[in-house]
Design a protein around this ligand. Sequence first.
Ligand code: SF4
Ligand code: SF4
Length: 180
Amino acid sequence: MDADRQALYETCQRMGVGITVMKAFGGGDLLDASMSPAGKALTAVQCIHYALTRPAVATVLAGAHSLEQLEESISYEDAPEAEKDYAGTFATFPNISWKGHCMYCSHCAPCPNKIDVAAVTKFLNLAKAQGEVPETVREHYGALGHYAGECVQCGACETRCPFEVSIIENMKMAKEVFGK
Ligand code: SF4
Ligand code: SF4
């Protein structure tokens, strides 16, 4: 994601402002390998899920030229997690690399200690971007139920992460930042 856009999303999340995403399909380009800047097509369901898993995003306005396209977007509501999962496709984009960057895709789940790695990493990144822990982020972290401090460094998550994120290091840092 563009750095300015990322900063805006993170600011909105910290301040509790919900974002509505438009053009989640890039005007249709992302659905077509020959048009996509990534060099590979995504499905409508993957695009919607990617948008909804960005910081602060509350809604996606899905445009459609036909009833079929509209039905495809609506199918998101009942789609299984495997269908929503954009990580595998992202990891094989020929033109873009996200190596080392958490995409909040949850592909690393499940953690034996029930840590929601994607959420912990999202809150950690929000705190790092701010240089301190905003109260709203601390509250959200506190509501998780399981915390980075419960990481036993088994490494199972890292073997599943398509973006080679240093999850164990992130969990250590999150424990330091949030105190648990
Ligand atoms: S650590 Fe990797 S698999 Fe887990 S949410 Fe981040 S990018 Fe996805
Ligand atoms: S390394 Fe930590 S976060 Fe990852 S699966 Fe193991 S316990 Fe969970």
